[in-house]
Ligand binder design. Structure first.
Ligand SMILES: NC(=O)c1ccc[n+]([C@@H]2O[C@H](COP(=O)([O-])OP(=O)(O)OC[C@H]3O[C@@H](n4cnc5c(N)ncnc54)[C@H](O)[C@@H]3O)[C@@H](O)[C@H]2O)c1
Length: 335
């Protein structure tokens, strides 16, 4: 059985491929144009394949539609996990076309080819950004909450969600799972793969880089929010638990219908709590600068994860901020 994983040279996709190698028999076709991912990650994944025959890598851009179709002709792809996308919110506000082109148009084309070649399962990386600014009475956020993205990144993902659902509604044999990730963090416990975005915009790697002296200080945007310590609260999910949700999603579709699930722990930590945890695990004091609030940063974003835990039987194993920060620290020391 061949599964296509797009974007596997990146952060989350590489963790999922590692778990596919460890926990399943899939032969894995990877498409990645290395725009934000790394050739070295592909080499690491190949080195973890003890059979040396389970990974086939195509350095290809999803916008090269005829080349993508050739990959489907050459392989027998019946399942897809689609990570490839751009995901910098600020960049999406400056260059929306870049985001709609890659995240929505390329996804549309991939679905078009997928249905032509008889793909049965499509797992899609979506984001909590589809919910937009959520008022406190809607926290924790349920999947049924009305979606209202406030930036092109969130909109580009929400359009893709609609396209996937519309296609599935007319193709009985095409099933999907949409996973809406909250704040993904941490690294593989074996230290083989980890997070590497450029520029990095996520809090935990930024604080860790500061602890390791790779940055001079960490900026906290707003300490006057209506939260216990005044800083924003987010739901951090360990990347290995998130990877496991993808494996569970593939199994779930064997006997269940298409659906959308939040991926988070249903619990949040404040920015100050994250900073304190990084100080604890690194044993380093570093400079903190308090800045004004950023536009569009809601005070609290926490998932309601009841649906994925009950319906999909997903059981998180690494729901521990200390472990998340330790694994991220160990990874950051290596790179
Ligand atoms: N990291 C997070 O916290 C987070 C949160 C919510 C959703 N997501 C979503 O999860 C997915 C993976 O995120 P990530 O953090 O691993 O990002 P990443 O940038 O590390 O990985 C994305 C990968 O896709 C590849 N890619 C991008 N455009 C491509 C194209 N046109 N053709 C071929 N390959 C292409 C990149 O080279 C990269 O290897 C994305 O869809 C992102 O929107 C991430």
């Amino acid at each position: 059985m061949q599964i296509l994983v797009t974007g596997a040279a990146g952060y989350i996709g590489s963790h999922v491929v590692k778990q596919l190698l460890e926990q399943t028999d899939y032969k894995i076709v990877i498409i990645d144009n290395l725009s934000t991912g790394f050739d070295s990650t592909i080499e690491t994944l190949k080195s973890l394949d003890t059979t040396k025959s389970r990974i086939k890598f195509y350095n290809q851009d999803l916008s090269n539609w005829s080349e993508i179709e050739k990959i489907f002709e050459e392989n027998c792809i019946k399942e897809i996990i689609h990570f490839a996308a751009f995901s910098q919110v600020a960049e999406s506000m400056k260059n929306p076309i870049k985001y709609y082109s890659n995240n929505t148009i390329n996804t549309t084309n991939l679905i078009n080819i997928a249905t032509k070649y008889g793909v049965k399962k499509f797992i899609f990386s979506s984001t909590a950004a589809v919910y937009g600014e959520v008022s406190s009475e809607n926290i924790p956020i349920k999947e049924s909450l009305i979606t209202n993205p406030i930036n092109p990144y969130g909109s580009s993902k929400l359009f893709s969600e609609s396209i996937i659902k519309d296609v599935a509604s007319i193709k009985n044999d095409f099933k999907y799972i949409i996973l809406r990730y909250f704040n993904v963090a941490g690294a593989d416990l074996d230290g083989k793969v980890g997070e590497c975005h450029n520029p990095e915009t996520h809090l935990i790697p930024l604080v860790i880089k500061t602890a390791l002296g790779k940055r001079e200080s960490i900026k906290i945007f707003g300490d006057d929010y209506d939260t216990p310590d005044g800083t924003c609260i987010r739901d951090y999910i360990h990347v290995c638990d998130l990877a496991d949700a993808h494996i569970e999603a593939l199994k779930y579709l064997d006997t269940n219908e298409s659906d959308t699930f939040n991926c988070g722990y249903g619990y949040g930590y404040s920015v100050k709590e994250v900073v304190e945890m990084v100080k604890k695990v690194s044993n380093v004091e570093f400079k903190i600068e308090i800045e004004k609030r950023r536009v569009g940063d809601p005070a609290v974003l926490i998932s309601d994860n009841t649906k994925i835990k009950t319906k999909m039987n997903w059981t998180p194993k690494y729901n521990d901020l200390e472990l998340i920060c330790k694994t991220a620290l160990e990874w950051e020391k290596r790179i």
